[in-house]
Design a protein around this ligand. Structure first.
Ligand SMILES: OC[C@H]1O[C@H](O[C@H]2O[C@H](CO)[C@@H](O)[C@H](O)[C@H]2O)[C@H](O)[C@@H](O)[C@@H]1O
Length: 640
């Protein structure tokens, strides 16, 4: 059974990622890409939908839970029956190894102590870019510990039981292959395996100082068998890769641990071959436990990717920005009329939404969706976010790119014609299109940054006309999107509702932070959209009569990005103590490994939504930079 969302750790190779529970189970793994069907989908169902657990097969140290089974007359503890797949014992400690994506989980048992080291070597290190691997090394720390590995592969998101057979190995290693349709998955290990209950087991004992490795490799099923992984060599190379990557970080402030973990997480969400960035590596982790607010995030949203790039640029990472700019130019090639708000990680446009009806869902949250219908929406803010990212890339010294320049001018040409239209807005609301204030503000950003570009470079463009356009949008928002009676901007023109995306108004420079309308909006959001803990909802999901306003049933949690934006705004208006307090409360919501989902359920006191989520880690970094700058401690030359 799947654990709480915060029980999971992320490992990945920058082409796909796995979630590993604190009981040693890999409950989510899509192969070979982030958006491929999962081979382990236990996260969205049960063990029947696939998992790979490695953990102790003997009682843990200390008082025993009832389910451990009797001790025999001889004093031996029986190996648990194979029907139980493997005992699921939460580890006693876990951490990432230094600043890396290498996970270490440790258990203390009656026989001793053991560590399981999990990682996915970045594929360019392997020289076989199309062949993902996951490696798990069991290390004896103390005494002698009986262990069990249980692998249940279920291809096609838990639906297909593959053909599994053992393959003789000349060197005495143990190899099993599972095949179904286009996929083959190869399990290598130094321990002998046996099959039972459509599961592959290995029971073994690890002594102090001993290391026993397992590897799982995906290959297209029509191709020759892959070489077994060289676990220790790949561990070393993976550790070196992350050490070198983190070494480029320019941030040295007081929140370094949180910032670095967020940066590593963002890097893990990038798809290395193309420069695309997924919003999260999961689908359908619910925003409302047991509800229908379940979405597939394994795609590249222009919005999420653009803000991710801004954070990476601000902390010294230029290569990712260059790669994403190339991705963007390929993905959006063509008429700006056809711009989508999101694409596949290689720029695919067809992201048709469907449901996987055989999966019971995470804690019965149905439906489980793949694809995302939001791909067909109109979200005008995206133009602002993309142009802002291109602008920042330019300001950070990334070499001018003629196509990027041309694209930017084309986007403004499109906006000039369309900014007056209603849209679905930043929150992708599945209700009627509206004149969302945030969308108009971001249209202003797009025009503003393009004017700055034209002023700074010898490029051609209708500068005066666009200056007039910029003024017109500004006037329109201030007239129609601001409620003078309540001294606050509103969610949409003529509406009364608030929206946390309005917190971006001072951040993007639409109005200065000390403008009374900005301060009024911040205070109104604090009053009307805050949870009792002081976190922030994106918008009210219900009107005064209790009706849902976003086309969906149920409630959602506090939106973590918006809560960071509030902290950021408070710092901008000089309420730095309050900002710091809120920021630190938000940091405390991270799991023990520093990871954040999309939302926080203030009633259940649990993380909810897809995990880990770029849209949460980006504002964490941005607010950390802001607070550090407020303290005068951020000495980098990067813009904040
Ligand atoms: O809640 C409704 C919408 O939720 C998802 O969108 C959210 O996630 C996106 C990716 O991080 C983000 O860009 C967007 O601003 C969020 O609202 C979902 O993908 C949508 O289909 C859904 O309508």
């Amino acid at each position: 059974m799947a654990g709480r969302i915060e029980d999971y750790a992320l490992i990945g190779d920058m082409q796909t990622a796995a979630l590993v529970s604190n009981d040693g189970a890999v409950d989510w793994l899509c192969l070979p890409r982030f958006d491929s069907p999962a081979v382990f989908a236990g996260l969205l169902g049960t063990d029947e939908h696939g998992f790979w657990r490695i953990g102790p097969a003997e009682p843990v140290a200390g008082p025993q839970p009832a389910a451990q089974g009797p001790v025999t007359d001889s004093g031996d503890v029986p190996v648990p029956p194979v029907t139980a797949a493997a005992p699921a014992l939460p580890c006693d400690r876990r951490r990432y190894r230094g600043d890396s994506l290498i996970l270490e989980q440790e258990w203390d048992t009656q026989g001793g102590s053991v560590r399981v080291i999990d990682f996915m070597p970045p594929r360019h290190l392997l020289g076989t870019p199309d062949v993902p691997q996951m490696i798990r090394i069991v290390e004896g720390l103390k005494g002698k510990v009986r262990m069990r590995s249980a692998v249940r592969m279920r291809f096609s998101y838990g639906r297909i039981v593959p053909w599994v057979h053992r393959v003789e190995q000349p060197d005495g290693g143990h190899r099993t292959v599972a095949v179904a349709g286009p996929d083959s998955v190869w399990l290598d290990g130094e321990a002998e395996t046996y099959g039972a209950h459509l599961t592959t087991y290995a029971d073994f004992t690890v002594d102090e100082g001993e290391r026993i490795a397992f590897g799982l490799t995906w290959k297209a099923s029509h191709e020759p068998a892959p070489a077994p992984p060289e676990a220790e060599r790949e561990l070393e190379a993976t550790e070196r890769f992350w050490r070198d990557w983190v070494g480029q970080c320019t941030y040295q402030g007081p929140y370094r641990e949180a910032v670095v973990r967020s940066l590593i997480t963002l890097k893990a969400l990038t798809y290395a071959p193309t420069g695309g960035i997924v919003a999260a590596p999961t689908t359908s982790l619910p925003e409302d436990l047991g509800g229908e607010r379940n979405w597939d995030y394994r795609y590249t949203w222009l919005r999420d990717a653009a803000i991710t790039l801004s954070s990476l640029l601000r902390t010294g990472y230029r290569e990712e920005a260059r790669a994403w700019r190339e991705w963007l130019l390929r993905a959006v090639a063509g008429d700006p009329e056809n711009l989508q708000i999101m694409y596949g990680i290689a720029g695919e446009r067809e992201l048709t939404e469907s449901t996987l009806d055989w999966l019971p869902g995470y804690e019965n949250s149905l439906p489980v969706r793949i694809g995302n219908g939001a791909a067909g929406q109109l979200q005008l803010d995206v133009y602002g976010e993309v142009v802002e990212a291109l602008h920042l890339a330019h300001m950070s010294g990334l070499a001018r790119h003629d196509h990027a320049h041309h694209l930017q001018l084309k986007l403004i040409g499109y906006l000039e014609e369309h900014w007056r239209n209603p849209d679905e807005g930043i929150w992708e609301v599945r209700g009627p299109r509206r004149h969302f204030v945030h969308s108009k503000v971001m249209a202003w950003v797009a025009v503003d940054r393009t004017i700055k570009l034209l002023e700074q470079t010898p490029a051609e463009g209708p500068l005066e006309r666009w200056k007039a356009l910029r003024d017109e949008i500004h006037r329109d928002v201030c007239e129609k999107g601001y409620d003078p009676d309540r001294n606050t901007f509103t969610q949409y023109y003529g509406g009364k509702e608030l929206d946390a995306s309005l917190l971006l108004i001072p951040q993007v420079g639409f109005l200065p932070a000390d403008d009374k309308r900005v301060i009024g909006t911040i205070e109104a959001i604090q009053r009307e959209l805050s949870t009792p803990d002081g976190f922030v909802l994106r918008y009210p999901t219900h009107d005064e009569s209790g009706q849902n306003v976003d086309g969906l049933s149920g409630h959602e949690g506090a939106f973590l990005a918006c809560s960071f934006w509030l902290a950021d705004n408070l710092a901008m208006i000089g309420r730095v103590g309050e900002a710091r307090e809120l920021f630190e409360k938000l940091l405390a919501l991270r799991n023990d490994l520093g990871l954040l989902a999309e939302e926080w359920d203030p009633r259940a006191k649990r993380q909810v939504g897809n995990f880990p989520q770029a849209f949460s880690h980006v504002p964490l970094i941005d607010t950390a930079l802001r607070l550090t700058a407020c303290a005068g401690a951020y000495l980098s030359t990067q813009p904040v």
